[in-house]
Design a protein around this ligand. Structure first.
Ligand code: MRU
Length: 367
């Protein structure tokens, strides 16, 4: 994607080949800031503190984190330590574990002297593979949008959280069909769930869509069901942090409620995912570890004081009574029965074990 006419990715190796450059997503939409990662510790912190987030991007960052670690020390012990510390950054997105297992399998057989260069090459390949998968997801999803196009009105698509190019290496997953439809001249309009508590929809998806000129409207998280009842939503497309072998979909908290509302209103509910997001080792979503985040994300809101505001608000701002505890589960699981289809790089799978295996037959032994 482009920002101010310049090709941009949320992660890339620096031109001098000595570091990795990321967009600090905690500062969007107010500031566009690039940050250099030069060490394993910086890469781990960038994931933990959510400067980078979104399942595929977390995986790509972890892969580069292994490279940064091995530049300093390429022994077996250092590889182990790097993988362990990166794996501990966030628990839910399976792409993290997938990328680390891939890096480990690539690097372990090599002599130490060759590992850093091989790690750099493999991390770059993981990033490029992500771009290709997401582009293919967009092509398959575009067909679904085309079928819903009607003269005189846009296709209204609801999305949750940010499964856009900022959450991947490029294109996004849920947004890839949307960008491709828009670029092909199909009128689309996106309902952007704000996605409390961290507001990835309001801050990131809205920023992306505005940047690309895609018509959109930010809505409070609870508005989606009402809009579906009013016939204002033609389809929902969301991303996922981990989809299990039976098609259960773990994604940002609130996804499940949107899927329930979609089912009640006969709105097709699609999930877009590259294959590294499938956890073939889990038979259902019950066993997925759900990240429990700091209660402060619920008790406070973050934002920027409007210029000229007389309110003099200091941010973050508390919105709950001091004595009220808060809970902050960051993800939920949407059962496969509520999902219309899984848009993968190989096509659209029925949300079931057999549906996924029909597209990925080589995984039959694992699932
Ligand atoms: O907590 P986050 O911002 O990392 O959560 C991101 C999501 O839930 C996305 O929908 C998911 O990772 C898919 S990204 C293509």
């Amino acid at each position: 994607m482009k920002v101010k006419g310049q090709p941009m990715r949320p992660i890339r190796a620096t031109q001098d080949g000595r570091a990795v450059e990321i967009i600090d997503q905690t500062r969007l939409p107010h500031d566009f800031a690039l940050v250099r990662l030069e060490t394993l510790e910086e890469a781990a912190l960038a994931i933990r503190a959510m400067l980078v987030r979104g399942a595929p991007l977390i995986g790509a960052t972890a892969a580069y984190g292994v490279w940064l670690a091995l530049r300093r020390d390429a022994t077996d012990e250092a590889l182990d330590k790097a993988c362990q510390s990166l794996a501990a950054t966030r628990p839910t997105a399976i792409n993290l574990r997938w990328a680390l297992e891939d890096m480990r399998a690539t690097l372990t057989p090599l002599p130490a002297a060759e590992r850093a260069a091989a790690a750099f090459a493999r991390a770059g390949a993981i990033a490029e593979e992500d771009v290709a998968m997401n582009h293919a997801i967009g092509r398959h999803g575009l067909g679904l949008i085309e079928k819903l196009a009607r003269p005189g009105r846009p296709v209204n698509i609801l999305t949750h959280c940010n499964a856009g190019w900022l959450a991947t290496v490029d294109w996004g997953t849920a947004t890839s069909p949307i960008y491709q439809a828009h670029d092909a001249g199909i009128p689309v309009h996106v309902w952007v769930d704000e996605t409390r508590p961290r507001n990835q929809g309001a801050s990131l998806t809205a920023w992306e869509l505005a940047n690309h000129g895609v018509p959109h409207t930010v809505i409070a998280d609870n508005a989606g069901g009402h809009l579906m009842q009013q016939g204002e939503v033609d389809m929902a497309i969301v991303g996922t942090d981990r989809t299990t072998a039976n098609g259960d979909v773990c994604n940002k908290i609130g996804t499940y409620l949107k899927a329930l509302a979609a089912r009640d209103n006969d709105v097709p509910f699609y999930v877009a995912l590259p294959s590294p997001t499938i956890d073939w080792s889990l038979a259902s979503g019950d066993a997925i570890p759900i990240e429990q985040r700091d209660a402060r994300e619920v008790t406070h809101v973050w934002g920027r004081v409007e210029e000229g505001s007389e309110e003099g608000v200091v941010l973050p701002v508390r919105v709950t009574p001091e004595e009220s505890p808060a809970a902050n589960p960051a993800f939920d699981v949407t059962p496969a029965r509520l999902v219309t289809g899984l848009i993968t790089e190989r096509g659209i799978a029925e949300p079931s074990r057999e549906g996924l295996l029909a597209l990925f037959p080589e995984m039959r032994l694992k699932a």
